[in-house]
Design a protein around this ligand. Structure first.
Ligand SMILES: *[C@@H]1O[C@H](CO)[C@@H](O)[C@H](O)[C@H]1NC(C)=O
Ligand SMILES: *[C@@H]1O[C@H](CO)[C@@H](O)[C@H](O)[C@H]1NC(C)=O
Ligand SMILES: *[C@@H]1O[C@H](CO)[C@@H](O)[C@H](O)[C@H]1NC(C)=O
Ligand SMILES: *[C@@H]1O[C@H](CO)[C@@H](O)[C@H](O)[C@H]1NC(C)=O
Ligand SMILES: *[C@@H]1O[C@H](CO)[C@@H](O)[C@H](O)[C@H]1NC(C)=O
Ligand SMILES: *[C@@H]1O[C@H](CO)[C@@H](O)[C@H](O)[C@H]1NC(C)=O
Ligand SMILES: *[C@@H]1O[C@H](CO)[C@@H](O)[C@H](O)[C@H]1NC(C)=O
Ligand SMILES: *[C@@H]1O[C@H](CO)[C@@H](O)[C@H](O)[C@H]1NC(C)=O
Ligand SMILES: *[C@@H]1O[C@H](CO)[C@@H](O)[C@H](O)[C@H]1NC(C)=O
Ligand SMILES: *[C@@H]1O[C@H](CO)[C@@H](O)[C@H](O)[C@H]1NC(C)=O
Length: 406
């Protein structure tokens, strides 16, 4: 009996403690009547109402959580870690303007936060879901910016007769139509494009299967899509160095710090590590036995945006030569040629030895000849004298012939 009393008292006490605890951190009531209105194709105006039964002494403000998907999470908790698909705004008023695209649909959650209330926690969220457009008029958007021209290209998904293309930036608060329109492409001409620092918004609208359709997109500022002309590379030799020089033709739009040069080259068919430098000139040591092939690509620095040029044509300099060639020549080829010559001359010698070493006439014949000459002496004593002398000299080693001058 006594025990039962005790236990019931304890239970009562615990339950009352629990109630006090809950009351101590009670939630604020949620906001009411959350509505949206597209004021422009890019600007969403949200309005809601203060929660009912709010203590007049309690000051509140609101958290607006925007997700780029029409699916709202089952339980949205503000101030917790979120996916990068969402952005959060805190506002004092019961209205909020967002610059936003409808591309993937939206889920918007508003919660009430205590600013100056006793023991109050933030409210549960009030969500609205905005579905994406019923149809996507274009796919695969891409951009190229150069000299106040932004070329926008896309793949049309279907034939839309009255397709319109508009652009807008929060910086320049007017929606402008792009008039330079072709199939799958429109070129925006605008001198302000270069200076835009915020995102760019685009609208494609038209009538698809009898219904009006708006597609809006938010993309990066034009300087993130810089396209540079294909550069020209020249190579010049200066003593022991090679100078790679890029011909700059269209790098005048932004400051010089915005351009970088990506030099890649090979020497003797070996690819050297590429170099990204801020100077248009690049110098390498020159090896006269090597052929150099080089290319350059201009990169738009991430300090200023993003983008690049096409690769330049490949330029060649010098030729590949084997540095061991002279030694090879001395060691192998010269002895080879010499021995070839030797063999050839030996063969020729054997074959034509009669011509090269004529047979020496036999002395008896010479003697006979001499005698005949002597008989003719009276006719031409001078010649005879010379002939006899010649005979004497040429034959004196072998024969004892005595002739006498006449
Ligand atoms: C707000 O919503 C309630 C129903 O939730 C409705 O009765 C009331 O008329 C709405 N107020 C306004 C101003 O829209
Ligand atoms: C498209 O945008 C225009 C201008 O903001 C608006 O009047 C129209 O209702 C929108 N149409 C659709 C289908 O969203
Ligand atoms: C949003 O629209 C409502 C009318 O629907 C207007 O009263 C309110 O001022 C607008 N909010 C902003 C921030 O312009
Ligand atoms: C709140 O709304 C009022 C008028 O409705 C406006 O004057 C004021 O600038 C707004 N404040 C903020 C922070 O938006
Ligand atoms: C909203 O209230 C919180 C305090 O709960 C405060 O830290 C925050 O700065 C307030 N935000 C605005 C926009 O007033
Ligand atoms: C979009 O571009 C990618 C690559 O650029 C291509 O593979 C794909 O087919 C394109 N899609 C359409 C619908 O053209
Ligand atoms: C939204 O665009 C307006 C111009 O219409 C601009 O004043 C405002 O700062 C922009 N808001 C944001 C968050 O970028
Ligand atoms: C497309 O949007 C523009 C700007 O909001 C509007 O002037 C034009 O009438 C719209 N065209 C169609 C076909 O909806
Ligand atoms: C750079 O290229 C332009 C045309 O592409 C040419 O007219 C000019 O002579 C070239 N300059 C040099 C230094 O090669
Ligand atoms: C430089 O060019 C080479 C060859 O085209 C390329 O592989 C490399 O990624 C480029 N480097 C940078 C930083 O763009």
């Amino acid at each position: 009996m006594f025990r039962v009393w005790d236990i019931s008292l304890m239970i009562c006490f615990s339950v009352s403690l629990m109630f006090v605890g809950v009351e101590g951190i009670s939630e604020l009531p949620p906001p009411r009547n959350l509505t949206f209105k597209w004021e422009t194709p890019f600007t969403l105006n949200l309005t809601w109402e203060k929660p009912k039964d709010l203590d007049p002494d309690c000051k509140v403000n609101y958290t607006v959580d925007v997700r780029h998907s029409q699916d709202c999470p089952v339980k949205a908790k503000p101030d917790m870690q979120r996916d990068k698909n969402s952005q959060i705004r805190r506002v004092q008023n019961t209205t909020c303007k967002l610059n936003i695209s409808n591309e993937n649909g939206l889920c918007i959650s508003v919660t009430v936060n205590p600013e100056n209330c006793e023991n109050k926690d933030h409210s549960p969220s009030l969500d609205i879901s905005i579905p994406p457009p019923t149809v996507m008029l274009v796919k695969n958007r891409s951009y190229e910016y150069s000299h106040n021209r932004l070329k926008c290209t896309w793949s049309p998904i279907d034939v839309v007769q009255d397709l319109g293309f508009y652009y807008w930036s929060p910086q320049k608060d007017t929606v402008i139509k792009c008039n330079d329109m072709k199939i799958g492409e429109c070129v925006i001409h605008d001198t302000l494009l270069k200076d835009i620092t915020t995102s760019m918004f685009y609208l494609f609208n038209g009538t698809y299967q009898g219904k009006p359709v708006n597609n809006t997109f938010m993309d990066e500022r034009p300087a993130q899509y810089v396209k540079l002309n294909k550069p020209q590379l020249t190579i010049q030799r200066d003593g022991q160095n090679l100078h790679f020089q890029t011909n700059i033709s269209d790098l005048d739009e932004f400051g010089p710090q915005c351009y970088k040069y990506n030099y890649t080259y090979s020497m003797c068919d070996k690819i050297a590590p590429g170099k990204v430098i801020e100077d248009s000139k690049y110098e390498v040591d020159y090896d006269s036995d090597c052929m150099y092939r080089a290319r350059v690509q201009i990169i738009f620095s991430d300090k200023c945006g993003a983008g690049k040029s096409d690769l330049s044509d490949e330029v060649e300099y010098g030729e590949n030569r084997d540095p061991n060639l002279p030694a090879l020549l001395a060691v192998i080829i010269i002895p080879l040629i010499v021995s070839c010559c030797l063999i050839v001359s030996l063969v020729l010698l054997r074959r034509h030895k009669d011509i090269i070493f004529p047979k020496i006439p036999e002395p008896t014949l010479i003697f006979k000849d001499m005698l005949i000459n002597n008989i003719r002496i009276p006719e031409n004593p001078r010649v005879n004298c010379a002939a006899n002398y010649h005979l004497l000299v040429s034959q004196s080693e072998n024969f004892q012939i005595h002739t006498f001058p006449h």
